[in-house]
Structures are given as structure tokens and as C-alpha cells.
Design a protein around this ligand. Structure first.
Ligand code: GLP
Length: 263
């Protein structure tokens, strides 16, 4: 695992965006895994800046969402389908027809999950999966004790996650109790994982997923099982990393083969 400690949240976004942009320049129709939440917004902002400047063309990129709420119509402003259209697809001038999101309105949710897995296999594999992390270590909506073998499925949101996400809704009761999420095994199938985190509220989760035991109690620790995972955090989110000085040293001395544009 590569751990990069950046001087600001904005720089976290720039570094992660550089990885995405490098991939898209090499392969314009690359399959990217998209995450919602506030953590990746700086990535999308930097990519949108590059698109506006004419330095990057995302029109052929194909994208898969990590997760979706159950029971929110697609056009509800807080469905992850709407959020990703608003925050990623439109600003990056992507083709909306190339965005795939689990169908949280399906009559048969289990069949919708299986269909989503099939679509990822047929279209994919995902070349680069963007990830944030919840304060309890969840990735996607894989809450603690999610199986490392899990695939896209229905999950019940932890009360803490519902409370955290209530800020996007008029009242806490409006946050759906259930979701569809890619499983940990689905996420680990991506060729490259890039997880970003900012702020002190993420410091415990970052320390647990990077340096703690591989355990379903911290779903983010699944990244330790992946051969190409990069964790990019700001100083606050890095606050509880025991080997922070080592990560700074290795980043300052990156071998040529590990460098990426903008690093
Ligand atoms: C949400 C999303 C996750 C996201 C996490 C953290 O519940 N399902 O994909 O990583 O919570 O969100 P934020 O980045 O806003 O802290």
C-alpha cells in the first residue's frame, strides 16, 4: 500500500485526480469506479478544471457507482444517481449513458444486485476505483463486519452512517435505512484502488485501515489485501498514523516507476 500525506485537502484531490487523469489519457474509455460523499469532491473539482481547460477528455469514460440508496427515485436529488450526475458526470462532461448505478428502486433488489455484478464483469474490470472512508471504517456502504468475500448486495445502514448522511436530507428520518452496495470482493477486483480522506474525524479510520489488523470490523482494511492501493490523506486525517514519517520519507524518495504526473 502506498500512503501519501498531502499538505491540504485540496492537494489530496489534486494528487488523486492526477492518477485518474493519467489513466484516462492513456485509455480514454477507461472504466472508473466512482464514490459519493464529501471526500472525493476535491478530486472531481480538479478533474473538472482539467476538462474545462481542454487538457482532459472524459467523454468516453465509463463509470460504475459504488452504491445507491434503496427506495429513492433516480431523480430524487439525493439518490446517488442524481448526486453523481450533478457532481461528476456533468462537470466532467461525461456521457450520462455510460454511468452505471445499482437500481435501488427495483422490485427484485437481489436480482438488481446480481445484474450489477454481471454488468461490471461485462464492461469492466474497473481500472481505478475511487474510495472515501466512513468514520467507522466503512467503504462503499460496507459497514463493519461486512464479509471480505461480499458482492453487490442489500445492506442496512449503520445508525451512525444514517446520522452522518442526514446532513443531505431535510430530516434524519428521510435518510433511507437500506442501500445496495458493491461488496468488498467487488471493490478488490478493481485493478487500482485510490482512497482519499481529509480531516480529524477520519484519523482513527485511516490508522485502522492502513496500520491495523485486516478485519471485517474495519472494512477499509481490505485495502491491505490489494496489490495496487494508494491512500492519500491530509495532515489531519494522517494524525494517528504511527509510521507517518516513513510515509513522508518514501514519498519524497519515490522510485521512478512509482511516480505519476502531478506527484
Ligand atoms: C458514505 C458513502 C461512502 C463514503 C462515506 C464517507 O456513506 N457511501 O462511499 O466514502 O460515506 O463520506 P464523506 O466522504 O462525506 O465523509
Amino acid at each position: 500500500m502506498q500512503v501519501i500525506i498531502a499538505e491540504s485537502g485540496e492537494r489530496v484531490g489534486q494528487l488523486a485526480a492526477a492518477k485518474v487523469a493519467q489513466l484516462v489519457r492513456r485509455q480514454p474509455d477507461a472504466v472508473i469506479g466512482l464514490a459519493t460523499g464529501s471526500s472525493p469532491l476535491a478530486i472531481y473539482a480538479d478533474l473538472a478544471r482539467q476538462v474545462r481547460a481542454g487538457d482532459l477528455d472524459c467523454s468516453a469514460v465509463r463509470a460504475f457507482a459504488l452504491d445507491e440508496y434503496v427506495g429513492l427515485p433516480v431523480d430524487h436529488p439525493e439518490s446517488y444517481h442524481s448526486v453523481l450526475r450533478r457532481e461528476v458526470v456533468d462537470p466532467l462532461q461525461m456521457d450520462p449513458g455510460r454511468l452505471h448505478v445499482p437500481d435501488g428502486m427495483a422490485d427484485d433488489l437481489a436480482a438488481a444486485c446480481a445484474a450489477y455484478e454481471r454488468r461490471i464483469v461485462e464492461t469492466g474490470p474497473v481500472a481505478l476505483q475511487i474510495l472515501g472512508v466512513g468514520a467507522n471504517g466503512h467503504i462503499g456502504f460496507n459497514e463493519p463486519t461486512s464479509s471480505f468475500a461480499s458482492r453487490t448486495r442489500i445492506k442496512t445502514l449503520a445508525p451512525q452512517t444514517r446520522a452522518d448522511n442526514a446532513r443531505f436530507f431535510a430530516s434524519p428520518e428521510e435518510v433511507p435505512a437500506h442501500c445496495l452496495t458493491q461488496g468488498l470482493a467487488t471493490i478488490l477486483d478493481a485493478a487500482q484502488l485510490v482512497l482519499v480522506a481529509q480531516g480529524t474525524t477520519k484519523a482513527n479510520a485511516v490508522a485502522a485501515l492502513v496500520e491495523g489488523p485486516v478485519t471485517s470490523m474495519c472494512p477499509g482494511s481490505a485495502l491491505q489485501l490489494h496489490a495496487d492501493a494508494t491512500v492519500i490523506v491530509d495532515e489531519e486525517a494522517a494524525g494517528r498514523l504511527r509510521l507517518a514519517d516513513y510515509y513522508r520519507y518514501t514519498y519524497a524518495n519515490l522510485p521512478v516507476w512509482q511516480r505519476f504526473e502531478g506527484a
